[in-house]
Write a protein that binds this ligand. Sequence first.
Ligand code: HEC
Length: 594
Amino acid sequence: VRRFLGIALVCLLAACSQKPNASNAPTYTKDIAPILQQQCLVCHREGEAAPFALTNYAEARDHAKAIREATATRYMPPWLPVPGHGDFEGERRLTEGQIATIDAWVAAGMPEGEASDLPTPPAFKKGWQIGEPDLILSLPEPYTLAADAVDEYRNFVIPIPAGPRYIAAMELSPGSAVTALHHAFMLIDTTRESRRRDAEDPAPGFGGMDPGTTAQSPGGHFVSWQPGKIARLAAPGFSWRLAAHTDLVLQVHLKATGKAETIAPRVGVYFTDQPPSAQPTKLVLTTNAIDVPANDAAWAFETRYRLPVSVAVMGVIPHAHYLGKKLHAFAEMPDGKSQWLLRIDDWNFNWQGDYRYAKPVVLPAGTTLVQQFTYDNSSANPRNPNKPPQRVTRGLKTTDEMGELWLQVLPRNATESETLARDFLKDFSTRRLAELEKKSAASAISVPELIELAKLYLPESRGNDAVRCLKEAILRDRFAVEAHYYLGFIKGQINDLPGAKESLEKALSLQPEHPAARNGLGMVLLTEMDFEAAADQFRQACALDPQNPIPHLNLARACIARAKREEARAALKTALELQPGNPEIPHLLEDVER
Ligand code: HEC
């Protein structure tokens, strides 16, 4: 036995001491191809997002030095979260051993190896990953990305000719210009606001990182696309409801490729008969108080939120721009322990998207969610857009900064879901109100912020403060539509009908397609018993915001007053579909028949 061991040991030592050479160095067919197949081909093949394919020996050999560099630095495969700080689905990461194998292969001069060693290449599906969609949504016309465009955000608005239906998935097919597409979010607008913004912008869609508050990710879900994203159907119970007459707002982040590109992504929609049994919600931790001095290499902020109910965290989307460096999030449990939710130590704006937990992370009531983001505004940050560095504040341009952490959470039941929504809104509003009052006191508040502050005062019964803010906003910008609208709204509430009318008409003269101002003006006319004129305003409001039951109910009221039974019935039918539980509808239905 001892002799045997001795021989084994000698062999082992001999193997270790040998320099890599043609006989024992890793080869492409035996060692490298399996790594590339598993970890790279999802993007590095014909028709996918990466700039070159790595499907055969010649391609791998030609990019060998870059592959060694990109894998040694862990730039490739792109995966930002630090392992062991949140267990995510579809994690892409090479082992230390795989990185060393690539390094040894390049050092040995990239030997090809025996053809018989080559594993069968994986079969990638062509076209739609989930299969033929039930409905395909395409851009009304393609968009041309200029050859020299920098970081362009575009929001394409596509009417959805379906619904109400339950949706099991939406899959994005990037089209031929896939290398120009950084990432995409699929949002739903139940109003006509996105269409209005699209119409104002001569090119297809409208520009900017802000799709507006009416375009929302649907029903507590994140629907996104990034290079290499594996599309899949929602788990049973996690479908979402698509209302009728809504628009898809497809927000894409585009990067120039050096030549003009035709951007024409399509979205495949997959229906299901299964209504959702689970109602996830989204929470966002963020701050508006971002102000990063030039040359500060570690500017940081922290936001905390204490959960009033127990939730299961399903997924997370971090968001910052070029200065973002460390994006950390963790949960402080009531028992004093903490648990990582996400840890990114080297954020990269070019790799955005959502991360889903392999198993939902259950957090008890009383847990505090903590967001800690750090920004590097020094010239040592290779991604710093300003050379030399400059002070950067919060804003929606890519050269501004942001700090958001979106969490998709699942409360245990509908009651707790409502508790969470109410508590979160209260927490968010209180924080924001304090922030804006501070800015106002320092005379550093902008016109949109004045309007926002006025809106925050309203539920606090601080109407006078709201009016003061709105008047100041109008004084500074007499075209501030929302300021006129809210002023009209408040005047209506205190029964100043002439005042309300004046402000609402002003808002409508600036923006004729403002559904809330139309509805508000209708209310004033209704109170003045000018029923025909009121009905006309409500009809327009219904057309502009078809998913909102309120103008439909108001239209019914105006029609009842004029004994227009048929139109009243139709309006109430629509309202009932939109809001089955509304207690006013049965009363109005009785009034129709009276
Ligand atoms: C999720 C998609 C994706 C995966 C997976 C992926 N890549 Fe990439 N890769 C890209 C994209 C997109 C680019 C071009 C943009 C960039 O350089 O950031 C790129 C660029 C590269 C580059 C050029 C880097 C440079 O310095 O310009 C190399 C080399 C590379 N990848 C190698 C790999 C290898 C090796 C793997 C597997 C171990 C891999 N990639 C996995 C998408 C991917």
